[in-house]
Design a protein around this ligand. Structure first.
Ligand SMILES: Nc1nc2c(ncn2[C@@H]2O[C@H](COP(=O)(O)OP(=O)(O)OP(=O)(O)O)[C@@H](O)[C@H]2O)c(=O)[nH]1
Ligand SMILES: [Mg+2]
Length: 521
C-alpha cells in the first residue's frame, strides 16, 4: 500500500518520467524523446487509428506530463468565429490528429482552410481555419495551434471533447497561456498587466494607457531605473574591491551618492502622481453624500441618464450603497450613491449611514449634495459640515425652491455649483465644471488621457517603488566608511525595482497576477 502510494507520488511529480509513449506521433513524456521525429512537424508522421493510452491499457498521464494545453480563447456563445488555442510541445501532434487540410505539414504562420476531424472516429466536426505558430515565434514561445471554428455551443464542445481524447493534452488553467508567455520571456510582468488592462479597458484613456504597457514602455522605464541603480552599485563595488586612490580615481563615492540623490528625486516624482495612473486604470471612486432628501439619488440618475436609483420624496429612501461605473468626459468614474446622513433610531438606516461614512473615507473624491432649502444662512447643515474639506466638491441642489437669485449666485464658487435637478437648470454648467475640475486635479487632457503619462498604474508598482526609495534613503544615510552596508542597500533598491517587471524574485506575485486572467488567455 505504502509502496503503491510512493509510486503514485513519483509518477505525478516527474513530468519527464521515461515510459511508454502515448501515441504514434506524440512522444512527449521523456526528455530523451523531446526531439524525436514525431514531435517536430518537419519530421512528423501522421498517426493512424486509435491511439488513446487508456484504450491500449497504458497508464493515464498526469497533468504535468500532459504539458500541451488547450482552451477556448473567445467568449462562448453564438458568433461567427470561435478560436481554440493549443500550446505546447505537442501542438503539432494536435494538428496532425485534428486538422485535415491539403498540406501534409502546416506552413507556420499561414492560415489554412481545413476540416476539423475527431481523432478517434475521423468524423468531421467543422469546416474552419487553422494556423500553426512555430515556437519561439508565437505568443507563448512554444508551438501554438489556433483552430478558427464556427462559434456555436455544439461545435465548440465537440472540438474540446476531441482535444480531451488526446493523451498528451489537458485543458489550460486560467491565464496559463499568458503565464507561459511570461515564463518564455515573451512578456514581462508590466506587459502581462498591460494585456489584462487592455482586455478590460472601457474608455479610450484606459485603452491607450494599457497599450503603452503592452508595448513595453513601462518595462523600459523601470529597467532604466534599475540599470541606473546598478550603475551606482557598481561604483561602490569597485571601491570595495580596489579602494580609492589605488586603481580607482578619486570622487567615485561622491559620484555614486550624487547619482543616488537624483534617482531618489526621480522616484519621488513618480510617486507624487495623485495616483493618476491607478485611477485612470481602475476608475476614480466618487462618493455622493449629503443630508437625506437633498437629491443625491436624483444626481446619480442624472449622471447615469437612467433611473438607476429609487427617488421618492421620503427622506431616508436610500439605505444601502449603490455603485455605478460611468464615463464622465472620458474619465472612468465609479460613482456611489449613499444613504442621507442623519441621526436615526432605525437600525437599518443606521447601518446605511455608517456605510455612507465609510464610503466617504474610501473615496478618491467626495461630492456633497445639499438642498438649498437646508442651508441656514448659507451655512451647511450640521450633519455634513464636519465632513466638508477643501477637497470636497459641493452641489447646492433644488435651486428652483429659492426665489432670491442673488442667494443662488452667492452659493457658486470654485468646485461649487447650483442646480435644480428637477427643472434641469444649472445642470449643463455643473457637468462641464465638474469634468473640468476632475481633469485639472488629475492632469488629464480633453480625452481623459494623462497629460504626463503616469508611471505607476498598479498598486504593486507603488509598493516596490516606495520600497526602493526607502533603500536608497538608507544608502544615503550611510557614511563612506560604511560602504559595504551602503552597497547592500543599493542592491536591495535595484531588487525592489526589478520586482516591478519581474526580473527577480517574482514567484510570490505570479499566482496572484495570473489568477485574474480568464481561461484561454
Ligand atoms: N424641487 C426639487 N425637488 C427635487 C430636486 N431634485 C430632487 N428633487 C426631489 O427631492 C426628493 C428627494 O430626492 P432624492 O434624489 O431621492 O434625494 P436623496 O438625497 O437621494 O434622498 P435620500 O435617499 O432619502 O437620502 C424627490 O422627490 C425628488 O424628486 C430639485 O432640484 N428640485
Ligand atoms: Mg437617495
Amino acid at each position: 500500500m505504502r509502496r503503491a502510494f510512493a509510486k503514485a507520488v513519483q509518477h505525478s511529480r516527474s513530468p519527464f518520467r521515461p515510459g511508454p509513449i502515448p501515441s504514434g506521433n506524440s512522444c512527449v513524456l521523456s526528455r530523451q524523446h523531446q526531439h524525436c521525429p514525431a514531435i517536430s512537424p518537419y519530421f512528423a508522421v501522421r498517426s493512424v487509428g486509435s491511439n488513446s493510452a487508456q484504450e491500449r491499457g497504458q497508464p493515464v498521464f498526469s497533468d504535468a506530463q500532459r504539458s500541451t494545453i488547450y482552451a477556448l480563447s473567445t467568449p462562448p456563445g453564438k458568433a461567427g468565429v470561435a478560436v481554440i488555442r493549443v500550446s505546447g510541445q505537442n501542438a503539432f501532434g494536435v494538428w496532425s490528429r485534428l486538422v485535415k487540410s491539403c498540406e501534409r505539414v502546416p506552413e507556420p504562420w499561414k492560415m489554412e482552410r481545413c476540416r476539423i476531424i475527431h481523432p478517434k472516429t475521423g468524423g468531421v466536426l467543422d469546416d474552419g481555419l487553422a494556423v500553426f505558430f512555430k515556437g519561439p515565434k508565437s505568443f507563448t514561445t512554444e508551438d501554438v495551434l489556433e483552430l478558427h471554428i464556427h462559434s456555436g455551443r455544439a461545435i465548440i464542445s465537440s472540438v474540446l471533447e476531441a482535444l480531451s481524447q488526446l493523451p498528451f493534452c489537458r485543458p489550460a488553467e486560467p491565464g496559463e497561456f499568458t503565464r507561459r508567455a511570461f515564463e518564455g520571456g515573451r512578456l514581462d510582468l508590466t506587459q502581462v498587466e498591460g494585456l489584462k488592462d487592455l482586455i478590460d479597458a472601457e474608455t479610450e484613456g484606459q485603452r491607450r494607457l494599457a497599450l503603452k504597457a503592452v508595448g513595453g514602455a513601462t518595462r523600459d522605464l523601470f529597467e532604466r531605473l534599475r540599470t541606473e541603480i546598478i550603475g551606482c552599485l557598481a561604483k561602490l563595488e569597485a571601491l570595495i574591491d580596489f579602494g580609492e586612490g589605488e586603481d580607482i580615481e578619486e570622487g567615485v563615492y561622491e559620484e555614486a551618492r550624487d547619482r543616488a540623490i537624483e534617482l531618489r528625486r526621480t522616484i519621488q516624482s513618480y510617486l507624487q502622481d495623485s495616483r493618476r495612473g491607478e485611477i485612470m486604470r481602475t476608475g476614480l471612486r466618487l462618493t455622493i453624500f449629503g443630508p437625506p432628501n437633498a437629491g443625491k439619488s436624483s444626481l446619480l440618475n442624472f449622471l447615469a441618464q437612467r433611473e438607476a436609483a429609487i427617488v421618492t420624496p421620503v427622506p431616508g429612501t436610500t439605505r444601502d450603497i449603490l455603485e455605478l461605473s460611468l464615463d464622465l468626459g472620458g474619465i472612468p468614474v465609479i460613482v456611489s450613491d449613499t444613504a442621507g446622513l442623519r441621526m436615526t433610531t432605525d437600525p437599518v438606516e443606521r447601518i446605511g449611514v455608517e456605510r455612507a461614512r465609510n464610503a466617504i473615507q474610501a473615496a478618491d473624491l467626495a461630492l456633497c449634495v445639499v438642498s438649498c432649502e437646508d442651508l441656514d444662512d448659507l451655512e451647511f447643515p450640521s450633519s455634513v459640515k464636519p465632513l466638508i474639506t477643501d477637497e470636497t466638491f459641493v452641489l447646492f441642489n433644488k435651486s428652483d425652491l429659492i426665489r432670491d437669485s442673488d442667494t443662488v449666485s452667492r452659493l457658486k464658487g470654485t468646485d461649487r455649483w447650483t442646480t435644480s435637478l428637477k427643472s434641469g437648470e444649472g445642470t449643463t454648467e455643473f457637468l462641464a465644471g465638474f469634468a473640468a475640475a476632475l481633469k485639472r486635479k488629475y492632469e488629464l487632457n480633453d480625452d481623459g488621457e494623462a497629460n504626463r503619462t503616469p508611471v505607476i498604474t498598479h498598486a504593486r508598482h507603488r509598493v516596490h517603488l516606495e520600497s526602493a526609495a526607502r533603500f536608497i534613503d538608507a544608502f544615503l544615510a550611510t557614511s563612506a566608511e560604511e560602504i559595504v552596508l551602503g552597497a547592500e542597500e543599493l542592491r536591495y533598491a535595484a531588487k525592489a525595482v526589478g520586482k516591478v517587471s519581474g526580473i527577480i524574485d517574482v514567484e510570490d506575485v505570479l499566482d496572484a497576477l495570473f489568477r485574474d486572467f480568464c481561461i484561454g488567455k
